[in-house]
Design a protein around this ligand. Structure first.
Ligand code: MF3
Ligand code: CO
Length: 253
């Protein structure tokens, strides 16, 4: 069931989303070659807690695997999403994808971005650029009287026009009193299919784009999602609200 939020609820979600956006920018400022993803995780956690908020991913439960241990998901190169923060240090030439969720006043915010570590290859630059732009292509069509499939098709068409591939095993989602609510928002699909988009919906749109195959595998830790061919991947995500017929991006400062 897709929950429609009141203005007051959207204000709460916006507040959580603001903290997510600030934390992402903070992590970005501290990101450089030689810093470990665990150090960045600590910086993120401290900032979120100092805002009387709670990291949403830390302790997140998924049946049959350990609870997610980090505040951030730290996903490098062939890691698509859900990388676990560790002592691994970032190196020049890598793509570092950071995903952050926050709970405040019982409402969630969720967003992600990819960061280039120093100089990266032309192909990786293009991958990051196309992934970010595909997110905005999806957001643009997230308006009243369109359908969820319009978002999916806009993202997929844009990504594939550059010869990149869109991950199919993971998708965007509604966001609110839970991190993952209905509807599921696949990043591939057909126009004019799926649920109608209505005022008061709050959605997290999150294309994951690969330079090679769209196929992915999950590592033994139960979380880390990697490309099947170990080629690089990028990830951008915003939480949005549909207000007065149009999308408002909540996870921006
Ligand atoms: N943005 C991701 C998602 O919506 C992050 C989830 S990480 C988890 O699925 F640890 F919370 F699962
Ligand atoms: Co998400």
């Amino acid at each position: 069931m897709i929950l429609i939020k009141s203005k007051r609820e959207i204000d709460y979600i916006r507040e959580s989303c603001q903290i997510v956006a600030e934390t992402l920018q903070l992590v970005k400022r501290y990101t450089k070659p030689g810093v470990s993803t665990l150090e960045l995780d600590k910086i993120a956690e401290d900032w979120i807690r100092s805002n009387d908020a709670v990291p949403a991913f830390k302790g997140y439960k998924q049946y049959g695997v350990m609870d997610f241990p980090g505040t951030i998901c730290a996903s490098i190169d062939e890691v698509v999403v859900h990388g676990i923060p560790s002592n691994r240090v970032l190196k020049e030439g890598e793509i570092f994808s950071v995903d952050i969720g926050v709970i405040k006043n019982n409402y969630y915010g969720d967003a992600a971005l990819s960061i280039a570590i120093g100089d990266i290859s032309k192909e990786k630059k293009k991958l990051m650029d196309v992934t970010e732009k595909s997110l905005y292509k999806g957001i643009e069509v997230a308006k009243v009287n369109n359908r969820i499939g319009d978002i999916s098709a806009a993202v997929q068409d844009y990504v594939e026009s550059f010869g990149f591939s869109i991950v199919r095993d993971l998708c965007g989602h509604g966001v609110g009193k839970k991190l993952h609510e209905d509807p599921q928002i696949p990043n591939f699909g057909r126009k004019n299919t799926g649920p109608l988009i209505k005022n008061g919906m709050t959605l997290a749109i999150e294309p994951m784009v690969n330079t090679g195959t769209y196929k992915v595998n999950v590592e033994k830790d139960g979380w880390t999602v990697v490309t099947a061919d170990r080629k690089p991947s990028a990830h951008f995500e915003h939480s949005i609200a549909i207000i007065n017929g149009k999308p408002e991006i909540l996870t921006v400062n």
